[in-house]
Write a new protein. Structure first.
Length: 104
C-alpha cells in the first residue's frame, strides 16, 4: 500500500474531532471521511464508518494488518501536523508586514 496523496479537508477547533481527511492509495483508490480524533492520551485516526441496523458503528474501509494501520496513522497524523504548522505560519505572515515596499 502506497499512500500517494493526503488532503486535510476540514479542521475543527473546539471538539474531539480535529480533522476530516481524504487519502489516495496508489493513485487508484480514494478514501474519504477519515477522522483525526483527540483521545484521552493522544491523537488517533478513525476510519470511515456507518451505523448498522443494530445501532453499532462499523468501519466501511480499514487496514487489515497492524503494520498497515500504523503506517496509515503515522502518515495521516504527520500530514495533519504539517498542515497545522503551515496554517499557523500563514496566519503569522498575514499579521506581520510583508517586507520592504517597492515603488511603482
Amino acid at each position: 500500500m502506497n499512500i500517494t496523496d493526503i488532503r486535510i479537508r476540514r479542521t475543527y477547533q473546539d471538539a474531539r474531532l480535529k480533522a476530516l481527511v481524504s487519502i489516495t492509495i496508489d493513485h487508484d483508490l480514494a478514501v474519504h471521511d477519515i477522522k483525526v480524533i483527540e483521545g484521552p492520551e493522544r491523537l488517533f485516526v478513525a476510519m470511515p464508518s456507518r451505523k448498522d441496523d443494530n445501532g453499532v458503528f462499523r468501519d466501511i474501509v480499514h487496514p487489515i494488518t497492524p503494520e498497515a494501520r500504523s503506517s496509515l496513522e503515522k502518515a495521516i497524523l504527520s500530514a495533519y501536523h504539517e498542515y497545522l504548522q503551515r496554517m499557523q505560519a500563514e496566519a503569522q505572515g498575514a499579521e506581520s508586514p510583508s517586507g520592504p515596499e517597492t515603488a511603482e
